[in-house]
Design a protein around this ligand. Structure first.
Ligand code: XMP
Length: 315
């Protein structure tokens, strides 16, 4: 049985010994990086610098919320808007692994600059067990390269600290609850962000569409859970498919993208089952998406696959 209180005490002691200089953490505002930052902050205080990068692939209002959260925890932070660079790096890139690698690289470049400017010696990462298990290694197949596992380019010379490496997500949540962090029940959001929820090229225009659709899925599902119409899924979001299909708006022909809605139940993200959302909720989500994104989306489908054989994210 995992004991969060004991874990916290022991890891803080360990981090105090392990980190002797200044450290940097990429802060996404997800449960993993938030728990990680809070723990390291308890161990080394302002010697930890939290860096939030707005990649342009964030959810609606996400960067503002992340700023508030960093202030709430009392982190010494830097906020960097790198959206233009990310969009241009992903121009014409369609392959999911290439997208993941480029995003990972870009993140490293941004951190590298901060590390140089601030004399950083350590890089703290919120890697958890499923991340490195699925990223392959000598014994396993690479399912997908989780962007926070790629490791550091040789020349970066930062020492890697991964306090949550042996934990599964439910254990990280227990630690978050114990630390009284408001993010403890937040659904996971992948490091590469909305870029991997757009199949094919992740253009700014497509990003705006999937951002709006994701927001609708989140709001409707959260309202349904609040009204006790369904259980809270592990994760729930929208994916933009780059195929266009024919539809009709009033008496006019429409030709727009397809949005896939994905909601899954899981314990640790290693396997998952698609959520059996009540039909009227699906109906509401679909109608809101096609009304809000009238000229852009005219078809919504629901993903009814489990993991395996699918994965949670589409890319
Ligand atoms: P998959 O799609 O591999 O997702 O079944 C399992 C869980 O991991 C999240 N995910 C990521 N998290 N960096 C992250 O921090 C990544 O590159 C990444 N890719 C997937 C996914 O949202 C799900 O919760």
């Amino acid at each position: 049985m995992f004991n969060a209180e004991k874990f916290i005490k022991e890891i803080i002691e360990k981090l105090k010994n392990e980190i002797t200089g200044k450290a940097l953490i990429a802060f996404s505002g997800g449960v993993d990086s938030t728990v990680c930052a809070a723990l390291v902050n308890k161990a080394i205080g302002d010697r930890l610098i939290a860096v939030h990068v707005d990649t342009g692939y964030m959810r609606k209002n996400e960067s503002d919320n992340v700023k508030k959260l960093m202030e709430e925890i009392g982190l010494n932070y830097r906020f960097i808007d790198a959206s233009k660079e990310f969009f241009s790096a992903l121009k014409n890139i369609e392959d999911p692994e290439k997208k993941r690698k480029i995003i990972g690289e870009k993140f490293i470049r941004v951190f590298e600059k901060v590390a140089e400017d601030e004399d950083i010696e350590y890089l703290v990462q919120g890697t958890i067990a499923p991340d490195w298990i699925e990223s392959g290694g000598e014994l396993r197949d690479t399912i997908k390269s989780h962007h926070n596992v790629g490791g550091l380019p040789e020349f970066m010379k930062l020492k890697l600290v991964e306090p949550l490496r042996d934990l599964y997500k439910d254990e990280v949540r227990k630690v978050a609850r114990e630390l009284k962090l408001s993010v403890s029940e937040r659904q996971p959001f992948p490091g590469p962000g909305l870029a991997i929820r757009i199949i094919g090229e992740a253009t700014p225009e497509r990003t705006n569409i999937v951002r709006e659709a994701c927001d609708i899925v989140e709001k409707e599902i959260e309202a349904a859970v609040e009204n006790k119409k369904m259980e809270m899924p592990w994760q729930y979001f929208a994916v933009l498919l780059p195929v266009k299909s024919v539809g009709v708006h009033g008496d006019k022909r429409a030709y727009g993208y397809v949005i896939a809605v994905r909601a899954v139940h899981s314990i640790d993200a290693m396997t998952c089952a698609f959520s059996k959302i009540p039909n009227n909720i699906i109906d509401k989500i679909s109608t809101r998406i096609t009304n809000t994104l009238k000229d852009k989306v005219n078809r919504v489908v629901y993903d009814i696959t489990n993991k395996p054989p699918s994965t949670v994210e589409w890319e």
